[in-house]
Structures are given as C-alpha cells and as structure tokens.
Ligand binder design. Sequence first.
Ligand code: UDP
Length: 381
Amino acid sequence: MIKILTVIGARPQIIKASALNRAINGRYSKDILEVILHTGQHYDDSMSDVFFREMDIPQPDYNLNVGSGSHGKQTASMIEGIEKIALIEKPNAIIVYGDTNSTLATAIAASKLKIPLVHIEAGLRSFNKSMPEEINRIVCDHCSTMLFTPTGAGYKNLTREGFNQDNESPFTIDNPGIFHCGDVMYDNTLYFSDVAETASQIISDLELINKEFLLVTVHRDSNTDVPERLNSILDAINDISISESIHVVFPMHPRTTASLEKGEYSASKHIKENKLFHVITPASFLEMHLLEKRCSMIFTDSGGVQKEAFFLRKPCIVLRHETEWVELIECGNSLLVDANAERIKDAYEQYKGKKKISYPALYGDGNAADFICKEIIRNFS
Ligand code: UDP
C-alpha cells in the first residue's frame, strides 16, 4: 500500500484534490491510502467547507488552521506544520496542487525531508515574476519528483527549464518524471455537470431563469489591491450592464470584498446603484458551475474559471496582462484585456458579434486523475 499525504489549502486546491480523491476511493483504494492535510489558508465555509460537502471529499485528517497573514508568516507556519505531520505520517509521497503559498510551503517541507513531491498542475508559467503564484510554481516544480502538467504549453515550459522527457522510473528529485496528463479540473466539470443541474437553485434564487447575464470573478491581488485597476474593471462591466440592460452576477472573493470596503474604490458605489448588478457571496462549486453554464459571457482573472469557460463553451474576457493558459487565447475562447476599460468593452463587442472560436481537446479526456493514480502506483510500488 502506498501512503500519500495530500496537502491542500486554498479553494482551487480543494476542488482539484476532489478528482484524485474520487479516483482513489473508486478504483485504487487497494493500492493508495490518502491522508489529507488542510493548511487552513482558506478557512470559512464559503471558501473551504462547502467544497468538502458538495464534492464528497473526506474531512481532512489534519488542519493547521494557519489563516491569513503576510506571505512570510503564512508560509513559515505552514512549513513548520507540514514538516511535523510528514514526520508523523511518513508518506511515500506528498501531493500538492497549483501555485499557492500552501504549494510553496509543501515543496520546501517535502524536499528538505527528502520525501518525494508530486506536483499536479506543473509547468504553468505566466513569465511574470511579480505574481506571487509564479514564484510558487517555479520553486515547487524544481523540488518535485513527479510533475503532471495539464497542457502542451506546460510540458514545453518544463523541458525548456531543463526537465528531461527521457527520464525513466524510478523517479527521484534528481531524476524527475514529467507527464502531460490533461486537467483534473476537466475531470470535475464532466463529473459534476449533471449533479449541478439538480442540486443548485442559484439561477432561480437570483430570479435569472431565462434571463441573459454576464458572470464576473476578480480576486488576483494585482487587481484587488490597486484601486485604479479594480475601479476600471468594475466600472467598465457596469457600463456594459447599463448600456445593454444586461444582468451581471459577481460572486465576490473575500479579498475583493475587503478592498471594496475601503474609500478609494469608487466603483463599489456605482455597482451598488445598478439593480442589474448582483453581488453575491462566493459561490459553491455546483452554483458556480451552473452560473458558468447559463451565463452568456465570463469576465475573470481566475485561472480555473478561464478553463471552465472553455469547457462550457462560454467566451471569456481575461482581466489580466498575461495568462498561463495560452492555448485559450490561441483557440479564441479567451481575450486578454488587462484592467483596461476600453479593451474590456471592445472584447465584449467582439464576442457579442460572435467571434470565431474553436474547441479542440486541449485538456485531455476527463481521465487525468486516473492517469496520475496509475503513474503514482507504478513509481512507488
Ligand atoms: N469558484 C467557485 N466559486 C466562486 C468562484 C470560483 O466555486 O465563487 C471555483 C471555480 O469554479 C473554479 C475554482 O473556484 O473551479 C477557481 O478558483 P479561484 O478562482 O479561486 O483560483 P484560481 O483558479 O485563479 O487559482
């Protein structure tokens, strides 16, 4: 039996971990024992607990309850906590997802303890090191023993950084294995699509049945912490809503809510005055899925939401200067507009005019988690 320690902390990691947990419990429970450690980076019901309930993930075996704090304070207390649990559990490997401070802390703790690290969603690069996530990704990849990348672009990034595609099992930190395996988030979208239809009432609760609406998420610190940028984004979308008489649904991330409570965010007042602008608390996964499915267009700075827009064939206006998901720009489903009001409005017009979009199978076939389990078993048996 292979024991793995899965470390999660932030909303998207809990969501991604559900795909692997489902595969392990469904098909590989004789081979893999999963122990779950939650760092507590995200902690309230709407950012954490609801995903465990809805996606049927077992309660974490450990919770470090680190909560918020500066990058240094948060990451340091995670390293200490992860090290302690890893020494108790002595797993064959530690699994980590994405690019948050929980990812970074796990990479440091695991590599110092010489426990093999498995990075899921490896290889992604924005080529913008002012983004905290970019540093986390690079450090984590270079501490990893097995790297599972969702995209062809991610695979190329890894080979460009010196990862050798000819390395053979058994993999180690000095002989790492890289795999292009598809995206566990696509596994989730396929799995939960029907469930969301019956489980979530959000469209009727918002009185939006048969009404057209735009969906918005904004949570990157480069947007939320810079008043000119957040004002520009929200004012542009608000202008579109008013001029087109179209509803907007905005599940607001706690970081964005905290910013908008400050005086210099004038857009806060403007969106409150618009009756078509529905600001709601963070949506659950099933609610979000249904909102994405029913909306006519998505505006976001989220990585995961950009992909889900593609999975559900909704045009996506990306409120960032660059993206790791470059294939979405190439196929036409995403347009990069930064926080520029004119570009946001122009992108809306382009998509309203039915811009040409193609939908190749960029993210695998919905069996990424299965692939990852098989490779883990092969390497650690
Ligand atoms: N998500 C959610 N509720 C929300 C906003 C996002 O369930 O109110 C989900 C979304 O469907 C996707 C994931 O959270 O599966 C993306 O996470 P997030 O945007 O927090 O982070 P990122 O992907 O940018 O790392």
